[in-house]
Design a protein around this ligand. Structure first.
Ligand code: BGC
Length: 353
């Protein structure tokens, strides 16, 4: 009798504390990742899988502790969006050694074999869409262009920049744009394809570090240094929504700025309000539901020992990681209702129209 009770107790304890899938996200401080957590929880409500979501608060050490805790709980699949692409390599190697399958989520983990799959949006296309939007709104020659980028520690910052550069560089070279705030980018203005080192040089100069405060002070500093003739109607490549709002706020306070076009990405609620109000010109909608669905399907297949089909592949410096990729969509004032409300992504009542 005692033995049976003990066995039942063990079974109970195991089922309460065991997790099949562990999810580690970079930080709660950016709305993007809180959005991902919500969408994961929504999608997993009706499944039998036990899942735990942990946040790393922009610390590789915390990220490692999170993964250790999940391994101790017996996870079989780890879905991880790294804070730092390089620092995360050792962490996922630890998971792989423990027999855990690793899915790099949204951001690729670099320089390791221990990434089994990559679930991502088409990030190069995000950058192209931002570049194209700016170009479509230019008139004549010599349009002032200000450029900003994400964090150097995030591989996506390179992919976004690569896509934007592909569109902007020929028009910087031909004089449609006059690049104001990056001497490093100007050095490369004749070069359409940049090496990683060349991109790192530029991104290092124009980085926001994905931080709204850094973005704002960098924009203010650029405005203080630039001449009146570099103002008027300007074009701003901002890498995502949080930084776009800070940069837009800085530009709208400058009396010599008559009009600005600023890009963004993520379709964060606060930025969609900015788009409706005409304070941010566009955002790139990345339907997080797709990424979540792909990751869960992938995790389920791995738990069942099946081999998933992939649609793309990305080199992480050590291996070509098989990837499942989702498309992106541009959002402007003109299509915001159709893309975000009619699709059921947000509620109409979430915004002031
Ligand atoms: C993500 C973006 C996000 C940024 C900052 C990138 O890796 O793809 O959606 O805005 O990180 O968190």
């Amino acid at each position: 009798m005692k033995k049976i009770l003990l066995a039942l107790l063990l079974l109970f304890t195991f089922s309460v504390f065991a997790a099949d899938i562990g999810i580690v996200l970079p930080t709660k401080d950016e709305p993007r990742w809180v959005q991902d957590e919500t969408r994961f929880k929504d999608a997993l409500k009706d499944t039998d899988y036990s899942v735990e979501v942990l946040f790393s608060q922009s610390s590789p050490a915390r990220e490692r502790e999170n993964v250790e805790a999940l391994i101790a709980k017996g996870i079989k699949v780890l879905i991880i969006c790294p804070h730092d692409a390089v620092a995360a390599a050792a962490t996922v190697e630890m998971a792989q050694k423990a027999g855990v399958k690793v899915i790099s989520y949204d951001r690729l983990i670099l320089n390791t074999n221990a990434v089994d799959y990559f679930v991502t949006f088409d990030s190069v296309e995000v950058g192209r869409a931002q570049g194209r939007f700016l170009l479509e709104n230019t008139y004549g020659a010599s349009n002032p262009l200000y450029i900003y980028a994400g964090a150097l520690s995030d591989n996506n910052s390179f992919l976004f920049f690569q896509g934007a550069w592909e569109v902007l560089q020929p028009r910087i070279a031909s004089g449609t744009f006059r690049l104001i705030n990056s001497s490093e980018a100007l050095k490369q203005k004749a070069k359409s394809t940049l090496t990683r080192e060349e991109m790192a040089g530029i991104i290092g100069q124009i980085t926001t570090n994905w931080d709204m405060t850094v973005a704002r002070s960098k924009a203010e500093d650029n405005l203080t240094r630039s001449k009146k003739t570099d103002k008027g109607t300007v074009f701003i490549l901002a890498p995502n929504d949080g930084t776009a709002r800070s940069i837009a706020d800085a530009f709208s306070k400058d009396r010599d700025i008559k009009q600005y076009y600023v890009t963004g990405q993520d379709a964060e609620k606060a930025s969609i309000q900015y788009v409706i109000d005409g304070r941010q010109s566009m955002s790139v909608f990345k339907d997080v539901r797709l990424l979540v669905k792909d990751s869960i399907n992938l995790a389920q297949m791995l738990l069942q020992g099946k081999t998933p089909t992939t649609t793309a592949s990305y080199s992480n410096g050590t291996k070509n990681v098989p990837a499942i990729q989702s498309e992106i969509q541009v959002v402007t004032k003109d299509n915001v209702k159709k893309v975000l409300i009619d699709s059921g992504y947000y509620k109409e009542s979430d915004f002031r129209w």
